[in-house]
Design a protein. Structure first.
Length: 287
């Protein structure tokens, strides 16, 4: 049985009828864009409105995140029973963890006014308790990103992964403080009225919101879907920058003004390339 992946997603990102992409070509483009090359967008394309741009970033960034979590979960599963994964697995987990950091920054680049008027209300319409805890792909990596197991950094060879997990927490907390200054998620707002626990139903609601349909997909299919989205995000960032409306400067939460976050922001193009390169390398080469 092939791994469960993502069969169809937003046609605005990757039409399901498209053939598999050429990994070498996409990786070449990602490296070119990371090094400051032109995104070479079709001339017929018009600039999106802010609503269109940041909606695209919210949906596409989450789709990439699901794929990254999925790939991380596969690595953890292959290393189940080991006290510490092998060095190659740790290196790839670290790369993917920084990829998740990059997606947090990319989706969190949405200005607060648009988040409050466009994105948050749509999530609330999907379900008044809509929550990221419903993401089924996060389950296998939840312990890792909560600093348990190998992410504690007890093993010297896992120190890089532990740092990446710490950076993720810093960015996550900063984005939450930026976009939800009152500090209460939709789930937290409704907890006094009712408790909605993660279930098959909530997982479907979550996937539907992010235009994700699950079906058996082989490893090449998962890699192809990830590379197409990385290409789209890299082209967007190269053309418009990570913060098209400015990053807020000194008014940003303290977490987002840290040295570690600034490094992720400045390296986002290279992080996208590194994630793509890791995903395109056959799993058997890890051993």
């Amino acid at each position: 049985m092939p791994p469960v992946g993502y069969a169809t997603v937003s046609s605005a990102v990757v039409p399901s009828a498209l053939p598999p992409c050429n990994p070498d070509l996409v990786l070449f483009r990602l490296r070119l864009l990371a090094d400051g090359g032109s995104p070479d967008l079709p001339a017929i394309r018009t600039d999106p409105t802010d609503d269109q741009l940041f909606w695209f970033r919210w949906i596409t960034g989450h789709q990439i995140t699901f794929l990254i979590w999925h790939l991380m979960g596969e690595i953890l599963d292959r290393n189940a029973g080991r006290e510490t994964p092998d060095r190659a697995s740790l290196a790839r987990l670290e790369t993917y963890a920084y990829g998740y950091c990059a997606m947090l920054l990319y989706t969190g680049s949405c200005p607060i006014d648009l988040y409050q008027s466009l994105i948050r209300p749509r999530m609330q319409l999907q379900h008044r308790s809509f929550s990221g805890t419903w993401a089924s792909d996060f389950v296998p990596v939840r312990g890792l990103f909560r600093g348990r197991g190998v992410a504690r950094g007890d093993a010297p060879e896992a120190a890089g992964l532990a740092r990446a997990v710490d950076v993720h927490k810093t960015i996550h907390d900063g984005i939450a403080a930026l976009l939800v200054p009152e500090g209460r998620s939709l789930l937290q707002q409704t907890m006094k009225e009712t408790v909605v626990r993660p279930s098959e139903r909530t997982a479907i609601l979550y996937d539907n919101f992010f235009m994700t349909l699950r079906a058996p997909v082989d490893a090449d299919g998962i890699t192809s879907q990830l590379l197409r989205r990385l290409d789209a995000v890299a082209s967007d960032v190269a053309a418009r920058g990570l913060y098209p409306r400015g990053d807020g400067g000194d008014e940003r939460p303290e977490e987002l003004r840290s040295t570690e976050v600034a490094r992720c922001e400045s390296r986002i193009g290279h992080i996208l390339h590194e994630v793509g390169e890791a995903a395109a390398t056959p799993a058997e080469l890890l051993s």
